[in-house]
Write a protein that binds this ligand. Sequence first.
Ligand SMILES: Nc1ncnc2c1ncn2[C@@H]1O[C@H](COP(=O)(O)OP(=O)(O)OP(=O)(O)O)[C@@H](O)[C@H]1O
Ligand SMILES: [Mg+2]
Length: 439
Amino acid sequence: MSPRKKAQIAFASAVTLLALSGVAAYVSIVRLLESEELVIHSLRVQSALGDFTNAIARVGRVATAYVATGKEEFLGDFQPYLDEVPPTMQHLRDLTKDNPSQQALCERLQQSTEQRMLLFQRSIELKKKYPKDETAQVRIRQQTAPFSSVTTEITAQMREAEDALLDVRQKASAYRLKLTILILGFTFVIALALFSINYRLLSMELTARERAEHASRALSAHVMRLQDEERRKFSRELHDSLGQYLAGLKMSFSMLASDHAEDSRYFECMQLLEQCIAETRTISHLLHPPMLDVAGFATTAKWFVEGFSQRSGVEVKTNLAETPGRLPPNLELVLFRVLQESLTNIHRHSKSTKAEVALKLVAGNAVLSIRDFGSGVPPAVLARFHTHDASGVGLAGMRERVRELAGQFEISSDSSGTTVRISIPLPAAAVAADASAAD
Ligand SMILES: Nc1ncnc2c1ncn2[C@@H]1O[C@H](COP(=O)(O)OP(=O)(O)OP(=O)(O)O)[C@@H](O)[C@H]1O
Ligand SMILES: [Mg+2]
């Protein structure tokens, strides 16, 4: 299976598993919130039960205190406390609406409470009218006692039922919490595993790409070296064989000059022969200028620029810094090839009538720039070149040659012209020589 297919499958399964885990986590969290809500509800019921028993206890306390002492201050509290009982009862009924057995108990509780409250009221009325009548008060107390125990019994039953419910709900809530944590933990582990699988596939793909890039760079460097060697060989062959034959032919031909002094065809042939010799020499020198090996880049560049200007009609200004001694041959060859290709491009594509060539030594680098004032490289061509999808081999070849020597290649272009700029690190010896020349 291809690495891309594997990555697609890994990604699709990661998304699916994460989506499923997300849904499971969502459902579990919703359930957890629901069971938490039920726990809170039970606690509310318990608190309402407490409020209710406190309310009736308060009423009983003040009624008993008044009947026992006859003090008016207790009577003042009686009615407000009595008014608080029905709302607390109603609140309890509202909270237990969802529970039929608690509702039934509430019903009984309400009836006995109403009876108790009536008896408290009657006892107070009697106390007001007959403060000394103890027998009547004893009778009322006897009537109140059963209602009191019914109230106590029912509230205890309700509390027990709610305690049992609370226990069940708390257990359910704890279980949901555990489940939610488990699902979230599982999701995290799955995400981690899938991310590491994706990362491994990605890094394998990157390694494979790096290897392929390295191999293709090594191949293109090798091809360029072979091309240089071929050019050098072909240049020598042209010079040493065809060039020598033509030179010999010219010598032999010139011996016949006296026999053909009046023959214009002889002179025409002689002229053509001389053109052949000159052209062979030029082609041979352009393929690989012997001057580059003998006199170095600056001299060869001047010779090449001069010939280029004559052939193309492009006026070229040069500003070539003196190099401290000779630069390494491979560096000089790269400088020359870049100059050659850039000027050829200017002639072929730019429509510029002027160009500038400059060589500087800057911070341990040889910096060569070739500028024209023409139409500029079409943006689409430039974009393709930057994404390593160039159609021509000229620009791409220059970039590869420069990269081989750990240098930098830049091309900037707009409608006012194009500049090719390369910067190649000088070997330590050349840098040292440059520094001492500057002192
Ligand atoms: N100085 C320039 N001015 C305008 N356009 C340029 C210039 N140099 C390059 N170009 C554009 O960039 C393209 C790519 O150039 P490159 O040298 O890579 O290929 P080429 O010259 O077309 O063919 P070759 O492979 O023979 O060099 C050219 O076709 C041209 O459109
Ligand atoms: Mg070109």
